[in-house]
Design a protein around this ligand. Structure first.
Ligand code: CDP
Ligand code: MG
Length: 162
């Protein structure tokens, strides 16, 4: 079988930073053996938010989503690993924290429903974004990182392999 090493984009959204969850969330990816090949803190503006969430521009929740993602700095990461796109989505869990399974990031650190949040006129604070598929990952990594901000290096165990 062809083994696919993939790169995916992860954002720790402003609620994750404000709740002091940066370390805990990043640890989960390190513990799973994923490689952080790019990382930075960015406070995005409206124009950038529109580019990142272009697929949602015409959705009824877009305005709330834009307010949410521009409400503070985010941590942007590019993670690399075997089938990293689907593995990371699995670790992140369902969009709606109230439905996300225990053991997932959204399931363990949040609980609100999107209905509850949307009724209050806000996007659901679900801590994290992860690319949904290969096409999204490629587009999002290129949007958030310059080529020289992505680093190819070996993890400790990879350095020991001759
Ligand atoms: O982030 P994910 O790919 O799981 O979900 P999405 O369907 O691509 O939606 C992007 C983001 O919009 C979500 O993560 C939520 O923060 C927000 N959203 C919302 O606030 N209310 C909804 N009804 C749907 C999405
Ligand atoms: Mg999505």
């Amino acid at each position: 079988m062809f083994i696919m090493i993939q790169r995916t984009l992860v954002l720790l959204k402003p609620d994750a930073i404000k709740r002091g969850l940066i370390g805990k969330i990043i640890s989960r990816f390190e513990d799973a053996g994923l490689k952080i090949v790019g990382m930075k803190m960015v406070w995005v503006n409206q124009e950038f938010a529109r580019k990142h969430y272009e697929e949602h521009l015409d959705k009824e929740f877009y305005e709330w989503l834009e307010k949410f993602i521009t409400s503070g700095p985010v941590i942007a990461m590019c993670l690399e690993g075997v089938e990293a796109i689907s593995v990371v989505r699995k670790m992140v869990g369902s969009t709606e924290p109230g439905k996300a399974l225990p053991g997932t990031i959204r399931g363990d650190f949040a609980h609100l429903s999107t209905t509850y949040a949307n009724k209050k006129g806000i996007a659901v604070p679900n801590l994290i974004h992860a690319s949904g598929n290969e096409e999204q990952a490629k587009r999002e990594i290129a949007l958030w990182f310059k080529p020289e901000e992505i680093h190819s290096y070996k993890l400790a165990y990879e350095e020991l392999v001759l």
